[in-house]
Design a protein around this ligand. Structure first.
Ligand SMILES: [Zn+2]
Length: 350
């Protein structure tokens, strides 16, 4: 027994532990439950009683020696691999890991596309404040004193405050309900002729559902010069819808009423789903509405200091959400603001 222990101790001391594979072999051979050391422990029961204690101590010593050798070799291997220069095995020809950049929001895509189309025929972008006064949002645009849009039910009013551009009377501010406020600011401040498009965020006091939201985006257009006619308006919008939706899309104007235009017309285009044949989306008519338009009411021109005898103009407005829903066949408005990446990922990559 003594000899077996000494022989094994010499073997343990001399064993090769210079590589990970050799070290694994060492562990199985000497430290494993079926290893050589375990064999000797098994034989301990055959040792006569008076020697058991001494032999047992020797075996434990050997076990500690083997474990120490293993621990030391393992630490040495680990530190060797950690100290290896990082690029020792680095392949510089490997392709890089692509960085995920996300995608553009569908409303941004459509907004920019619309602005580009109008830029090509000379419409420059104008923007204005989202918090407005009654004058720019209603009065200048010919909204009568008792118009329902002035009601708390439809408009978010900001705490009544002194001031505003309308004069010394205290009046409430509000979150603009349309981008027509920017039209008023331009007509008041810019030299004629005017040819502008006005994108922006607007607010209405609405319950949020698949078809309505308290926050959405509009693009309006305004053209004022001498001898501007309804035919100019029709041609401009006809050009726009064919640029945006394709050559086979037609346009029609439906008589309507807005306080700030006279005459006024809703703008319909050929239903993109059925191409005019009639379907659920267009309720069988073959047409879908995309916005409103008209000739700027002479009273609005005068409100803004423009001579309505000399000048005339047209204006139109469209919801960016509406256009985007038609273009991509999106059925729920809420998707635009919920930031679900499964939805957002489907649009053009950055
Ligand atoms: Zn249809």
């Amino acid at each position: 027994m003594q000899e077996s222990i000494s022989a094994l101790a010499a073997e343990v001391a001399a064993a090769d532990v210079s590589s990970a594979a050799a070290l694994d072999q060492f562990r199985l051979l000497y430290l494993g439950r079926k290893g050589r050391l375990a064999d000797l422990f098994d034989q301990l029961k055959t040792v006569p009683g008076e020697q058991k204690r001494a032999v047992g101590q020797q075996l434990n010593g050997l076990k500690q020696q083997a474990q120490a050798r293993f621990d030391e070799a393992q630490a040495a291997l680990e530190s060797a691999s950690a100290n290896q220069p990082a690029d020792a095995t680095f392949d510089y020809t490997l392709p890089t890991v692509p960085q995920a950049l996300g995608t553009r929001h569908p409303l941004s895509l459509v907004r920019e596309q619309m602005l580009r189309i109008f830029a090509r025929i000379g419409f420059a972008v104008a923007e204005g404040p989202e918090i407005e006064d009654d004058w720019h949002n209603f009065t200048a645009l010919n909204f009568p004193e008792n118009h329902p849009a002035r009601d708390m039910q439809d408009t978010f009013f900001v705490e009544p405050a002194l001031g505003g551009d309308a004069g010394p009377d205290p009046q409430p501010f509000l979150l603009r309900t349309h981008t027509s406020t920017v039209q008023v600011r331009i007509m008041e401040n810019e030299p004629l002729p005017i040819r502008r498009v006005m994108p922006g965020r607007v607010y209405r006091n609405e319950a949020i559902s698949a078809r309505a939201h308290m926050l959405f985006h509009q693009i309006e257009g305004l053209y004022i010069d001498e001898n501007v006619s309804f035919a100019d308006l029709k041609q401009t919008l006809y050009y726009f819808v064919r640029e945006l939706f394709g050559e086979d899309i037609n346009i029609r104007f439906r008589p309507s009423y807005f306080p700030f235009t006279e005459p006024s017309a809703e703008i319909d285009i050929t239903c993109l789903i059925c191409k005019g044949a009639g379907c659920n989306i267009c309720k069988g008519t073959g047409w879908v509405e995309i916005g409103g338009s008209g000739m700027v009411d002479p009273a609005v021109l005068e409100n803004c200091g423009i001579d309505s005898q000399k000048y005339s103009g047209y204006a139109w407005g469209m919801g960016i959400e509406r256009i985007t829903m038609l273009k991509y066949q999106i059925k729920d408005l809420r998707l635009f603001t919920e930031n679900d990446v499964r939805f957002l990922r489907q649009f053009e990559a950055l």
